[in-house]
Design a protein around this ligand. Sequence first.
Ligand SMILES: Nc1ncnc2c1ncn2[C@@H]1O[C@H](COP(=O)(O)OP(=O)(O)OP(=O)(O)O)[C@@H](O)[C@H]1O
Ligand SMILES: [Mg+2]
Length: 242
Amino acid sequence: MHTSPASPLLQLRDLQIAYGQIQAVKGIDLELFEGELVSLIGANGAGKTTTLNAIAGTLNSSGGELIYRGESIVSLPTHKRLRAGIALVPEGRGIFTRLTVEENLRMGAYTRNDQEGIEADLDNVYRMLPRVKERLAQVAGTLSGGEQQMVAIGRALLSRPKLLLLDEPSMGLAPLIVEKIFEVIQTVQKQGVTILLVEQNANLALGFSSRAYVMESGKISLSGSGEDLLKDPKVRAAYLGE
Ligand SMILES: Nc1ncnc2c1ncn2[C@@H]1O[C@H](COP(=O)(O)OP(=O)(O)OP(=O)(O)O)[C@@H](O)[C@H]1O
Ligand SMILES: [Mg+2]
Protein backbone atom coordinates (compact mmCIF):
# COMPACT_ATOMS: atom_id res chain seq x y z
CA MET A 1 0.00 0.00 0.00
CA HIS A 2 1.15 3.46 -0.83
CA THR A 3 1.21 5.97 2.01
CA SER A 4 1.68 9.64 1.25
CA PRO A 5 3.89 11.67 3.52
CA ALA A 6 2.58 15.09 4.50
CA SER A 7 4.33 17.12 1.84
CA PRO A 8 4.95 16.20 -1.78
CA LEU A 9 8.45 15.77 -3.23
CA LEU A 10 7.38 17.84 -6.23
CA GLN A 11 4.47 20.16 -6.73
CA LEU A 12 3.41 22.02 -9.86
CA ARG A 13 1.06 24.89 -9.12
CA ASP A 14 -0.69 26.57 -12.03
CA LEU A 15 2.46 25.95 -14.08
CA GLN A 16 2.54 27.71 -17.43
CA ILE A 17 5.07 27.27 -20.21
CA ALA A 18 5.22 29.22 -23.46
CA TYR A 19 7.24 29.10 -26.66
CA GLY A 20 7.18 32.78 -27.58
CA GLN A 21 3.53 33.66 -28.08
CA ILE A 22 2.42 30.02 -28.02
CA GLN A 23 1.12 28.79 -24.65
CA ALA A 24 2.04 25.10 -24.66
CA VAL A 25 1.17 24.45 -20.99
CA LYS A 26 -1.73 26.50 -19.71
CA GLY A 27 -1.64 26.28 -15.95
CA ILE A 28 -1.35 22.73 -14.57
CA ASP A 29 -1.34 21.34 -11.04
CA LEU A 30 0.44 18.11 -10.28
CA GLU A 31 1.86 16.43 -7.19
CA LEU A 32 4.40 13.67 -6.73
CA PHE A 33 5.03 11.98 -3.40
CA GLU A 34 8.24 10.25 -2.45
CA GLY A 35 8.49 6.72 -3.81
CA GLU A 36 5.64 7.06 -6.28
CA LEU A 37 5.63 6.10 -9.95
CA VAL A 38 3.23 8.53 -11.58
CA SER A 39 2.54 8.73 -15.28
CA LEU A 40 1.55 11.56 -17.53
CA ILE A 41 -0.29 10.46 -20.64
CA GLY A 42 -1.94 12.33 -23.47
CA ALA A 43 -2.08 12.82 -27.22
CA ASN A 44 0.74 14.17 -29.41
CA GLY A 45 1.30 17.84 -28.73
CA ALA A 46 -0.54 17.85 -25.39
CA GLY A 47 2.47 19.37 -23.60
CA LYS A 48 4.00 16.34 -21.86
CA THR A 49 7.59 16.84 -23.02
CA THR A 50 7.30 20.57 -22.39
CA THR A 51 6.25 19.84 -18.80
CA LEU A 52 9.14 17.42 -18.13
CA ASN A 53 11.64 19.88 -19.62
CA ALA A 54 10.34 22.66 -17.40
CA ILE A 55 10.72 20.45 -14.32
CA ALA A 56 14.29 19.55 -15.29
CA GLY A 57 15.03 23.18 -16.11
CA THR A 58 16.01 22.69 -19.75
CA LEU A 59 13.08 24.99 -20.47
CA ASN A 60 11.92 28.00 -18.45
CA SER A 61 8.38 28.18 -17.15
CA SER A 62 6.48 31.41 -17.79
CA GLY A 63 4.13 31.39 -14.83
CA GLY A 64 3.05 29.48 -11.75
CA GLU A 65 5.26 27.56 -9.34
CA LEU A 66 7.51 24.52 -9.24
CA ILE A 67 8.08 23.41 -5.67
CA TYR A 68 10.66 20.70 -5.00
CA ARG A 69 11.25 19.48 -1.43
CA GLY A 70 9.37 22.51 -0.16
CA GLU A 71 11.27 25.14 -2.12
CA SER A 72 10.73 26.96 -5.37
CA ILE A 73 13.10 25.83 -8.11
CA VAL A 74 11.84 28.02 -10.96
CA SER A 75 14.97 30.15 -10.94
CA LEU A 76 17.45 27.26 -10.50
CA PRO A 77 19.53 26.37 -13.58
CA THR A 78 19.46 22.77 -14.86
CA HIS A 79 22.77 21.71 -13.30
CA LYS A 80 21.61 22.85 -9.86
CA ARG A 81 18.35 20.96 -10.24
CA LEU A 82 20.38 17.91 -11.26
CA ARG A 83 22.58 18.31 -8.20
CA ALA A 84 19.42 18.60 -6.10
CA GLY A 85 18.30 15.21 -7.45
CA ILE A 86 16.17 15.90 -10.55
CA ALA A 87 17.31 13.89 -13.59
CA LEU A 88 15.72 13.76 -17.03
CA VAL A 89 15.92 10.98 -19.60
CA PRO A 90 14.85 13.06 -22.60
CA GLU A 91 12.62 12.14 -25.49
CA GLY A 92 14.85 10.53 -28.13
CA ARG A 93 17.31 9.56 -25.36
CA GLY A 94 19.90 12.28 -25.95
CA ILE A 95 22.94 10.04 -25.68
CA PHE A 96 26.33 11.19 -26.96
CA THR A 97 26.62 9.04 -30.08
CA ARG A 98 30.38 9.47 -30.57
CA LEU A 99 31.30 8.65 -27.00
CA THR A 100 31.56 5.14 -25.62
CA VAL A 101 28.92 3.61 -23.38
CA GLU A 102 31.13 4.06 -20.34
CA GLU A 103 31.84 7.71 -21.19
CA ASN A 104 28.10 8.30 -21.56
CA LEU A 105 27.41 6.75 -18.17
CA ARG A 106 30.16 8.77 -16.47
CA MET A 107 28.77 11.98 -18.03
CA GLY A 108 25.73 11.48 -15.83
CA ALA A 109 27.93 12.10 -12.82
CA TYR A 110 29.36 15.38 -14.07
CA THR A 111 28.02 17.38 -11.13
CA ARG A 112 29.54 14.97 -8.57
CA ASN A 113 33.01 14.51 -7.17
CA ASP A 114 32.44 11.65 -4.73
CA GLN A 115 34.53 9.07 -6.63
CA GLU A 116 33.57 6.13 -4.41
CA GLY A 117 29.89 6.91 -4.71
CA ILE A 118 30.18 7.19 -8.48
CA GLU A 119 31.90 3.78 -8.74
CA ALA A 120 29.23 2.25 -6.48
CA ASP A 121 26.48 3.71 -8.68
CA LEU A 122 28.22 2.39 -11.80
CA ASP A 123 28.29 -1.09 -10.24
CA ASN A 124 24.60 -0.77 -9.45
CA VAL A 125 23.85 0.17 -13.07
CA TYR A 126 25.98 -2.76 -14.31
CA ARG A 127 24.02 -5.17 -12.11
CA MET A 128 20.72 -3.75 -13.30
CA LEU A 129 21.72 -3.55 -16.96
CA PRO A 130 24.06 -6.44 -17.82
CA ARG A 131 23.70 -5.72 -21.54
CA VAL A 132 25.12 -2.28 -20.97
CA LYS A 133 28.02 -3.70 -19.00
CA GLU A 134 28.94 -5.98 -21.91
CA ARG A 135 29.27 -2.97 -24.19
CA LEU A 136 31.17 -0.41 -22.13
CA ALA A 137 33.79 0.26 -24.81
CA GLN A 138 31.32 0.37 -27.71
CA VAL A 139 30.61 3.72 -29.37
CA ALA A 140 27.09 4.58 -28.22
CA GLY A 141 25.85 5.58 -31.68
CA THR A 142 26.24 1.96 -32.80
CA LEU A 143 23.95 0.54 -30.09
CA SER A 144 20.44 -0.69 -30.84
CA GLY A 145 17.54 1.55 -29.84
CA GLY A 146 16.80 -0.52 -26.75
CA GLU A 147 20.44 -0.50 -25.67
CA GLN A 148 20.58 3.29 -26.17
CA GLN A 149 17.50 3.70 -23.97
CA MET A 150 19.17 1.63 -21.26
CA VAL A 151 22.32 3.74 -21.48
CA ALA A 152 20.19 6.89 -21.22
CA ILE A 153 18.52 5.55 -18.08
CA GLY A 154 21.87 4.39 -16.68
CA ARG A 155 23.38 7.80 -17.31
CA ALA A 156 20.53 9.50 -15.43
CA LEU A 157 21.07 7.11 -12.50
CA LEU A 158 24.71 8.21 -12.30
CA SER A 159 23.50 11.55 -10.95
CA ARG A 160 21.96 9.56 -8.07
CA PRO A 161 18.51 11.12 -8.60
CA LYS A 162 15.69 11.44 -6.10
CA LEU A 163 13.30 12.24 -8.93
CA LEU A 164 13.66 10.60 -12.33
CA LEU A 165 11.78 12.08 -15.29
CA LEU A 166 11.35 9.62 -18.16
CA ASP A 167 10.11 10.86 -21.53
CA GLU A 168 8.65 8.01 -23.60
CA PRO A 169 11.17 5.30 -22.75
CA SER A 170 9.29 2.76 -24.88
CA MET A 171 9.31 4.85 -28.05
CA GLY A 172 10.15 2.83 -31.14
CA LEU A 173 11.11 -0.32 -29.24
CA ALA A 174 9.97 -3.90 -29.72
CA PRO A 175 7.62 -5.35 -27.08
CA LEU A 176 10.23 -7.59 -25.45
CA ILE A 177 12.63 -4.68 -24.99
CA VAL A 178 9.84 -2.48 -23.68
CA GLU A 179 9.11 -5.16 -21.07
CA LYS A 180 12.77 -5.16 -20.05
CA ILE A 181 12.84 -1.34 -19.81
CA PHE A 182 9.77 -1.39 -17.56
CA GLU A 183 11.39 -4.03 -15.34
CA VAL A 184 14.33 -1.67 -14.95
CA ILE A 185 12.00 1.25 -14.16
CA GLN A 186 10.37 -0.83 -11.42
CA THR A 187 13.74 -1.81 -9.98
CA VAL A 188 14.76 1.85 -9.89
CA GLN A 189 11.52 2.70 -8.09
CA LYS A 190 12.16 -0.08 -5.55
CA GLN A 191 15.56 1.47 -4.88
CA GLY A 192 13.67 4.52 -3.63
CA VAL A 193 13.65 6.80 -6.66
CA THR A 194 10.44 8.73 -7.36
CA ILE A 195 9.45 8.55 -11.02
CA LEU A 196 7.41 10.73 -13.35
CA LEU A 197 6.83 8.81 -16.56
CA VAL A 198 5.56 10.22 -19.85
CA GLU A 199 4.22 7.52 -22.13
CA GLN A 200 2.28 7.15 -25.37
CA ASN A 201 1.67 3.57 -24.41
CA ALA A 202 -1.11 4.41 -21.95
CA ASN A 203 -2.08 0.82 -21.29
CA LEU A 204 1.40 -0.10 -20.16
CA ALA A 205 2.03 3.13 -18.23
CA LEU A 206 -1.24 3.00 -16.31
CA GLY A 207 -0.66 -0.63 -15.40
CA PHE A 208 2.63 0.26 -13.71
CA SER A 209 1.60 3.56 -12.10
CA SER A 210 0.20 4.28 -8.69
CA ARG A 211 -1.40 7.44 -10.08
CA ALA A 212 -1.63 9.18 -13.40
CA TYR A 213 -2.53 12.46 -15.01
CA VAL A 214 -4.06 12.91 -18.46
CA MET A 215 -2.97 15.97 -20.41
CA GLU A 216 -4.98 17.53 -23.21
CA SER A 217 -4.04 20.70 -25.10
CA GLY A 218 -1.82 22.06 -22.34
CA LYS A 219 -4.14 21.22 -19.45
CA ILE A 220 -4.71 18.34 -17.07
CA SER A 221 -8.07 16.89 -18.04
CA LEU A 222 -8.19 13.89 -15.69
CA SER A 223 -6.23 12.35 -12.84
CA GLY A 224 -6.59 9.34 -10.61
CA SER A 225 -5.17 5.96 -9.76
CA GLY A 226 -3.68 4.03 -12.67
CA GLU A 227 -6.30 1.36 -12.10
CA ASP A 228 -9.24 3.81 -12.20
CA LEU A 229 -7.98 5.56 -15.32
CA LEU A 230 -7.55 2.21 -17.06
CA LYS A 231 -11.27 1.62 -16.46
CA ASP A 232 -12.34 5.16 -17.41
CA PRO A 233 -14.39 5.10 -20.63
CA LYS A 234 -13.01 8.49 -21.76
CA VAL A 235 -9.44 7.27 -21.32
CA ARG A 236 -10.22 4.00 -23.05
CA ALA A 237 -11.78 5.80 -25.99
CA ALA A 238 -9.07 8.42 -26.37
CA TYR A 239 -5.86 6.58 -25.47
CA LEU A 240 -6.47 2.87 -25.54
CA GLY A 241 -7.92 2.74 -29.01
CA GLU A 242 -11.44 1.68 -28.09
N1 LIG B 1 10.47 24.56 -29.56
C1 LIG B 1 9.17 24.78 -29.76
N2 LIG B 1 8.73 25.92 -30.34
C2 LIG B 1 7.41 26.15 -30.53
N3 LIG B 1 6.44 25.30 -30.17
C3 LIG B 1 6.81 24.14 -29.59
C4 LIG B 1 8.19 23.82 -29.36
N4 LIG B 1 8.25 22.61 -28.78
C5 LIG B 1 6.97 22.19 -28.66
N5 LIG B 1 6.11 23.11 -29.14
C6 LIG B 1 4.64 23.01 -29.16
O1 LIG B 1 4.17 22.85 -27.84
C7 LIG B 1 3.11 21.91 -27.80
C8 LIG B 1 3.42 20.79 -26.82
O2 LIG B 1 4.52 20.03 -27.33
P1 LIG B 1 5.16 18.81 -26.52
O3 LIG B 1 6.37 18.39 -27.26
O4 LIG B 1 5.30 19.20 -25.11
O5 LIG B 1 4.02 17.73 -26.65
P2 LIG B 1 4.00 16.20 -26.19
O6 LIG B 1 2.79 16.02 -25.34
O7 LIG B 1 5.30 15.81 -25.61
O8 LIG B 1 3.77 15.45 -27.58
P3 LIG B 1 4.37 14.04 -28.13
O9 LIG B 1 3.49 12.98 -27.55
O10 LIG B 1 4.18 14.15 -29.61
O11 LIG B 1 5.79 13.94 -27.72
C9 LIG B 1 2.89 21.44 -29.24
O12 LIG B 1 1.84 22.18 -29.79
C10 LIG B 1 4.20 21.79 -29.91
O13 LIG B 1 4.00 22.09 -31.28
MG1 LIG C 1 6.77 14.49 -26.18
